[in-house]
Design a protein around this ligand. Structure first.
Ligand code: SF4
Ligand code: FE
Length: 520
């Protein structure tokens, strides 16, 4: 029986574990397209299933390690996924990062749940601020929505990235108005939206989607300032699945050639054609002034969520070390040095990510948000360092990572014995073990999961330039110039008890010298 997920008024059945989650996806009749064909049941599709398994793993981790991957819901009093939690302390923010690293280790891929988590965390404070500024009731609606999400322990996706059309034009000035998702008509019951969201992580595997604007908006963009929750199976939504490098290996029935046969990520284009959002699921409608803070808060949360890649990096470092051992090269000093370099790079990603969370602070709504600068630094590292980790892993793997014969050849009655003999490394390890690890490195650096580990690292949560803009905005050069002038004897010495100086550098003091609240 499919879960009842599409109406807030019917109490849902709660998803308790991975198997439950997989069953909850069956029979929804989604309009999903892949290779020019409509997918009858995504759960049973060999290319899609590994991405579903990755989310199922998030539920099973919550069963195995409730402290790490679940919380007691403030809405229902029951344990629910940590991916559904609104952070109310720095500890909550850090705990998200630790869960993300762990899941990266366990799946070796993108487990798809952070976008929604970061979206409603951002919305929690933004809806509060909108209501404070006017007479709207978005915040209470969002809390009612979250109560329902907790009751069902659902997967919530975040739909932000519009297709954008002409990048030089704002939404309202596009030749085609649908380049950004927008309201096309209104009734007393709600609004109808049209448009498309590109490369939506985990959308087909979610139960609900939070639709949000993708960038700051001007007064003429009011119809584009729409935030609402939509069930994934709402009428009018089409999903066109993004294919991934080497994805058809999953349909070959080959466990070895897939590299990571069990887990993969998922991105699809989501097209909305006159999709209805009822009033009680609308969390912003026309408040263009607040689009910028929504985007900025979302990206702050999401850019430090990319510590997920340090968990995936742990797997790649392990694979590189393992293949070096199979090759009999693990004692060479340059091999050890490359593994040290990989670890150094990987921990740099993690360090900046959790630092952003440790430096978190409370918003007026009570939700905690991470440090914007450090979150951007984390994500900026992520646009570069996994590529270097990938390069080093291929260096340690040797050329065989890209030239190996297929599993069918390995198992062939005639030529299999030749490969068994000539692909062997150290005598005390089997040829198959060596081939499997090499296929995993191929999967993560050239194949399916390179989508998540490399290209998504580049562009997810904003391409590199987006972080450089934020870093540039917050770098406070005037204050730093003043530090230099003081020590160079140009300006008077700096004193922390001078009122005007404390005012002038208050932003910097507030951010860098903020101490964690007691108990956090
Ligand atoms: Fe989460 Fe990382 Fe996937 Fe983004 S790329 S959804 S942060 S696992
Ligand atoms: Fe992403």
């Amino acid at each position: 029986m499919p879960h009842s997920v599409t109406h807030l008024d019917s109490p849902p059945r709660k998803i308790e574990n991975g198997a439950d989650y997989i069953e909850s996806l069956r029979g929804r009749g989604l309009d999903v397209w892949l290779f020019g064909e409509k997918v009858q049941e995504p759960v049973d599709h060999p290319l899609i299933r590994p991405s579903i398994n990755a989310i199922a793993r998030t539920y099973d981790l919550a069963v195995e390690n409730p402290e790490m991957a679940s919380v007691v819901s403030p809405f229902t009093g029951e344990r629910v996924s940590r991916f559904l939690h609104v952070c109310t302390s720095a500890r909550d923010l850090v705990s998200q990062n630790k869960m993300q690293r762990r899941l990266g280790q366990l799946t070796g891929t993108c487990f798809q749940r952070c976008v929604g988590m970061d979206a409603f965390n951002a919305l929690y404070s933004v809806t509060f601020d909108i209501d404070q500024a006017g007479d709207t009731a978005y915040h209470e609606r969002l809390r009612a929505f979250l109560t329902h999400m907790h009751a069902g322990n659902f997967v919530v996706g975040g739909a932000m990235t519009d297709v954008k059309g002409d990048r030089g034009q704002p939404p309202h000035a596009q030749a085609d108005p649908d380049m950004f998702v927008h309201v096309t008509r209104r009734t007393p019951e709600g609004v109808y939206i049209t448009g498309a969201k590109a490369h939506q992580t985990g959308c087909v595997n979610s139960h609900w989607m939070l639709v949000m604007p993708t960038m700051r908006l001007g007064p003429d963009d009011a119809d584009y300032a729409i935030v609402g929750a939509v069930p994934v199976d709402a009428p009018g939504i089409t999903y066109i699945y993004g294919r991934q490098s080497c994805d058809t290996r999953a349909a070959e029935g080959s466990g070895i050639d897939a590299g990571n046969a069990q887990y993969a990520g998922q991105e699809a284009m989501v097209i909305f054609e006159d999709v209805f959002i009822p009033n009680d699921l609308i969390f912003m409608d026309g408040e263009t002034d607040f689009a910028a803070s929504l985007v900025q808060r979302f990206t702050a949360y999401h850019r430090r969520s990319y510590v997920c890649k340090s968990g995936v990096g742990d797997v790649l470092i392990g694979a590189a070390a393992q293949v070096a051992e199979y090759n009999g090269a693990d004692k060479a000093s340059h091999v050890k040095d490359k593994l040290v370099e990989m670890t150094h790079l990987n921990e740099t990603i993690y360090g900046t990510g959790i630092a952003a969370s440790y430096q978190g602070f409370a918003t007026d709504s009570g939700a905690w948000i991470c440090d914007d600068m450090l979150a951007n630094v984390c994500k900026h590292h992520v646009t570069k360092l996994p590529y270097e980790l990938g390069r080093l892993s291929q260096d340690l793997a040797g050329g065989l990572v890209a030239t190996m014969p297929s599993e069918k050849d390995l198992n062939h009655p005639e030529i299999g014995r030749l490969l068994e003999k000539y692909l062997k490394g150290r005598a005390d390890f089997s040829t198959e073990e060596r081939v499997r690890i090499l296929r995993l490195i191929e999967n993560m650096t050239l194949g399916r999961n390179a989508v998540g580990y490399l290209t998504e690292s580049m562009h997810g949560a904003g391409s590199p330039q987006a972080q450089r803009i934020e870093i540039g905005r917050a770098m406070q050069l005037e204050y730093k110039k003043r530090l230099a002038r003081a020590l160079a004897g140009i300006d008077p010495e700096l004193r922390d008890d001078e009122d005007d100086l404390v005012d002038e550098m208050s932003g910097y003091f507030e951010r860098v010298f903020r101490l964690p609240a007691a108990g956090n």
